[in-house]
Design a protein. Structure first.
Length: 174
């Protein structure tokens, strides 16, 4: 395989894994039934984004995040609906923040710290999009609760990403 084919194959695998985790979480792990917050999720698909941020180029990471959100919307039937737009807004802000903070790992942030920061940014991105679409509906009141949820979900995804990256060929854990 030539270099371009290998890159596209890796990208397709990451996108597929992200979509699979998104569908798994949406159907088998209905966290929203346990926690009374709309859209409450662990964010397992963001685990893929975190691994990609730490191991691939910036353009690759943007392509994987965009492809994952688009295909997950297509597969779940939410393409171009409010959940799709919220996911895209959260994904964009989380990826932007984590890419900006990546050079600080492991000097200032651990992988878990970066993941928690990304989870908070994802929630902020979703609420910003929701506020822009529906101003005045009190979305700001959800922010403290979503920050509290971002800590365990960010920790979980950061921990898993660290374990995955340490087992990838040619990776040193960061």
């Amino acid at each position: 395989m030539n270099g371009r084919t290998q890159v596209l194959s890796r990208m397709a695998l990451y996108i597929s894994l992200g979509v699979a985790l998104n569908v798994l979480e949406a159907t088998l792990i209905p966290l929203g039934m346990v926690i009374p917050l709309p859209g409450a999720r662990i964010g397992l698909a963001n685990l893929v984004t975190l691994v990609v941020i730490m191991t691939e180029s910036t353009g690759f990471a943007w392509a994987v995040m965009g492809g994952r959100v688009f295909l997950a919307g297509l597969v779940t039937g939410t393409l171009f609906s409010l959940p799709f737009v919220l996911s895209l807004g959260g994904g964009i802000l989380a990826l932007l923040v984590m890419k900006l903070l990546k050079p600080l790992v492991p000097k200032v942030f651990s992988m878990v710290g970066l993941s928690i920061t990304g989870a908070v940014a994802h929630n902020c991105g979703q609420l910003l999009v929701l506020y822009l679409l529906m101003p005045g509906i009190g979305v700001v009141s959800l922010l403290p609760w979503l920050f509290i949820l971002a800590i365990p979900s960010g920790w979980f995804n950061g921990y898993l990403a660290q374990k995955i990256i340490s087992r990838l060929p040619g990776e040193d854990g960061y």
